[in-house]
Design a binder for this molecule. Structure first.
Ligand code: F6P
Length: 551
């Protein structure tokens, strides 16, 4: 992990900063035209995925400089320290061992804890065995609802990392089959929970309370509602059979009344946004089957192995981290778009938003000093081709250059071949249009050749001009199966951790979410009582207005 202040004084940083100041450095169109072999030269494969950097400004010299920066920042050493269970989460004095969650039993991962070193692989596999037994029991009908019938539904109550990952994966892999119908409620907004409870039969529903801390107010509020909902139909004595908890906090799960055999635990060295591979992923296994969950883990492990062993020049997470850093930090691009050209990945951008922005939305380095360069950009996205009829306009002609990751799945799991061909064609064409653009001259000539008079063509020319030189990175999955999805998610996890290591910030804490939580406590009390004395004038005014409106 680097020291941000000394890294920016390093020779590779200086070279990259100088390069970024030269407009030629971000030219993509010229590079594409000059080199017919760009795709072969700047695409890489690993863990079954293919990444195409040919539609960025990457060239041999930029690659060398970026790799020199990676070397100066000690990125490979950082990955090894992370996998060795060291306290890479310095502010919380914790390891970040999500790689161990998807490694085989024999991997022998160890995590540093406050009391020494823990057998992480042993702890993880003991819990995986329990999860496997539970899932098998639910599917085979040996673990049933209180009335003896098999469960039909699973309701996951959790927020942030305890929701986004499992919900996204469960949706993405719907085509692998439905063992149980799965619902996910994260928001404390009753408009999220109430309609779901209205549609579910408590007598057929297994409720998972997914919370690493088991103190998150929103989840605990929803859990209390669900508990009452179960009790009203089943009676207090029988609700235990309909509940399970996924948490690190056994005291709190005990206090909630969940029997230990219904608690699936993990440790604090699993970060919330890196936790879908832990018991937090139980809903995936219940909804899609144990084999699917196991294959997801195996795919992530394949990418972990690649990340830890592939040389930097061929290392997918390393190259993705470096190119994203080139865009965000050196070229100052304020955002990037995640555009999955697969409807099943509709929730991928939401998952990625937490992963990127909660991890790397940081303004001080590990030593607590303000960083002097941009860290995480804003991440946003939607599935293609919908994007093209929405914010795609801004990507092509807006004033800001917004890089995009285009995620393509080669083989679909439906029989609508023409639709899929159209989808892939659009994805490929978007990359081409963004990179190549269309000059004003070309636009005018095209208009003129379509029979439009010169004056009108000249008038429309600027509006129909595309500046081009807008980078996209293609990520291609052969199929959206559990294995390749696991590899894709692991790719992004490593990319995020590597960028943090490069910037010298901590990817694994999230102090920025705390202040709002603290203030919400006082605001809630004021909403209940009307006593606004402790609030700032704006919040007090809002509370008074809301109380007046709610009667
Ligand atoms: O929003 C902050 C956060 O702590 C996330 O990091 C986490 O994923 C989410 O809340 C939920 O936390 P928990 O799983 O402890 O309920």
């Amino acid at each position: 992990m680097s020291d941000s202040a000394s890294l920016i004084r390093s020779a590779p940083w200086a070279r990259l900063a100088a390069r970024a100041a030269d407009p030629e450095a971000s030219a993509i169109r010229a590079r594409l035209i000059a080199d017919p072999n760009r795709f072969a030269r700047f695409s890489r494969t690993g863990a079954g995925l293919l990444i195409d950097f040919s539609r960025t400004a990457l060239d041999g010299a930029l690659l060398d400089d970026l790799l020199a920066l990676a070397e100066a920042a000690g990125l490979r050493a950082f990955l090894r320290r992370m996998a060795a269970g060291a306290w890479v989460n310095a502010t919380e004095r914790r390891a970040a061992l999500h790689v161990a969650l998807r490694a085989p039993r024999s991997a022998g991962y160890r995590a540093r804890t406050a009391d020494g070193w823990e057998d992480a692989s042993g702890t993880i596999h003991a819990e995986l065995d329990r999860m496997h037994g539970f899932v098998t029991g639910v599917h085979s009908g040996t673990i049933t609802a209180a009335n003896g019938t098999p469960f039909a539904n699973v309701l996951n109550l959790g927020i942030g990392g305890s929701d986004l990952g499992p919900a996204m994966v469960t949706e993405a892999l719907a085509h692998t089959g439905a063992r149980l119908d799965a619902r996910f409620v994260g928001n404390v907004d009753g408009h999220a929970l109430a309609p779901v409870l209205d549609r579910l039969d408590p007598a057929r529903t297994l409720v998972l309370i997914a919370s690493k801390s088991f103190t998150t107010q929103e989840t605990m509020a929803n859990a209390a509602v669900a508990r009452e909902w179960l009790a009203a139909k089943l009676g207090e004595a029988r609700i235990g059979q309909h509940l399970a908890a996924l948490s690190t906090n056994l005291h709190a799960t005990d206090a909630f009344g969940i029997p230990r055999d219904r608690v699936f635990g993990f440790r604090d060295w699993v970060g919330g946004r890196f936790s879908l591979w832990s018991p937090i992923g139980l809903a995936i296994a219940l909804a899609r089957g144990w084999e699917v969950f196991a294959s997801l883990l195996a795919g992530a492990h394949a990418m972990d192995a690649h990340a830890l062993t592939a040389p930097p020049r061929r290392n997918l997470p390393m190259l993705l981290a470096l190119m994203h850093t080139w865009h965000a930090t050196f070229l100052g691009r304020p955002a990037y778009a995640c555009l999955p050209y697969d409807q099943r990945l509709a929730r991928l951008p939401a998952w990625l938003q937490q992963l990127e922005m909660e991890s790397n939305g940081k303004r001080v380095d590990l030593a607590g000093r303000p960083v002097s360069f941009p860290t995480a950009p804003v991440v946003f996205g939607e599935p293609g081709t919908n994007v093209q009829h929405s914010f795609g306009q801004l990507l092509h002609q807006g004033t800001a250059v917004i890089p995009a990751d285009l995620i393509l799945v080669a083989r679909p799991d439906h029989g609508l071949r023409a639709n899929h061909r159209i989808l892939l064609a659009h994805a490929a064409a978007q990359g081409a249009a963004l990179a190549l653009g269309r000059s004003e001259e070309e636009a005018v000539a095209e208009l003129a050749s379509s029979g439009i008079d010169q004056a009108r063509a000249a008038e429309l020319g600027p509006h129909r001009t595309f500046p081009g030189n807008r980078p996209t990175i293609g990520i291609i999955l052969p199929r959206l199966d559990p294995h390749h999805l696991g590899a894709l998610l692991s790719l992004y996890e490593h990319k995020v951790a590597l960028q943090a290591a490069l910037w010298g910030i901590n990817a694994f804490d999230q102090w920025g979410v705390e202040l709002g939580k603290t203030l919400a406590g006082g605001t809630e009390a004021a909403l209940a009582t009307g006593d606004t004395a402790a609030l700032d004038p704006a919040t007090a005014g809002l509370v008074v207005a809301l109380r007046r409106l709610t009667g």
